[in-house]
Unconditional design. Structure first.
Length: 248
């Protein structure tokens, strides 16, 4: 495991802001979550940052599932989850072979690719042309599983899939909450086995859990008050800038 430690106050600030953004993303504005991945990868070793983020995501998942548990659409989750598990297996195999120097630009590429998919849907403003055949769910599940294992970057994949299902906001967020709650717990022992999660990283995570709670409450409050489409576009553009920085 790469040594992970905080050597200057700015790292704490980035970690706390990331934890807050995760809370907001899980309960109100999913586009915000993609910002956290490149930000943490800039402040910490890239491979270590992936493991550092996972317990924060799981902690936020607990609130998201608790609040939106009745809105999850299980007929869609059943289609996605088996393929996501296969994708997680692919991601695990790749993570066991590469180091942080290799993973950092790879995270940037993954984020940019997912952003391109999401932005294309926004610009076309036509989710109805996306297929609802089982093969689409299989492709999205595989991609979501692989990207979430390698970089916790499956958010845009799920956004694309759920938009194609024409869900209202509550069903959208509830289904995403259940999906990530399940896959993140599957990832936990795998990342622990790769030593990407350890007692040091868990202590750092625990220190910013209050920021997650604040983000969760903020996300619930914002969901009814801010135009989500505009907010997501801004978040995606900021994430693209951060992801590009990871490439150089």
């Amino acid at each position: 495991m790469e040594t992970i430690e905080i050597t200057y106050w700015g790292q704490w600030a980035i970690l706390a802001v990331g934890a807050f953004a995760v809370g907001v993303a899980k309960t109100g504005l999913p586009g915000v979550g993609i910002l956290v991945i490149p930000l943490l990868a800039m402040a910490f070793p890239a491979k270590a940052s992936v493991g550092l983020l996972l317990p924060i995501l799981i902690f936020a998942d607990l609130f998201a599932v608790g609040y939106y548990r009745r809105h999850g659409q299980w007929q869609h989750l059943i289609k996605l989850l088996p393929w996501a598990v296969v994708g997680i297996g692919f991601g695990y195999a790749i993570l066991s072979k590469i180091d942080s120097a290799t993973l950092k630009p790879l995270i940037g590429i993954i984020v940019l690719a997912m952003l391109a998919i999401r932005l294309r849907g926004i610009l076309k403003n036509d989710p109805k042309n996306l297929p609802e055949h089982w093969s689409f769910a299989a492709m999205m599940g595989l991609l979501a599983g692989a990207t979430t294992m390698m970089a916790n970057a499956a958010g845009p994949v799920m956004v694309l899939y759920l938009l194609s299902m024409h869900f209202p906001k509550q069903k959208f967020i509830g289904t995403a909450a259940w999906f990530f709650f399940i896959v993140n717990w599957i990832k936990l022992p795998l990342m622990t086995n790769l030593d990407m999660i350890n007692p040091t990283s868990l202590k750092m995570d625990a220190a910013v859990f209050p920021a997650v709670v604040l983000g969760v409450l903020t996300g619930i409050w914002l969901l009814k008050r801010i135009p989500q489409r505009l907010f997501n576009i801004i978040a995606l553009l900021l994430a693209a800038a951060a992801a590009i920085k990871l490439l150089f």
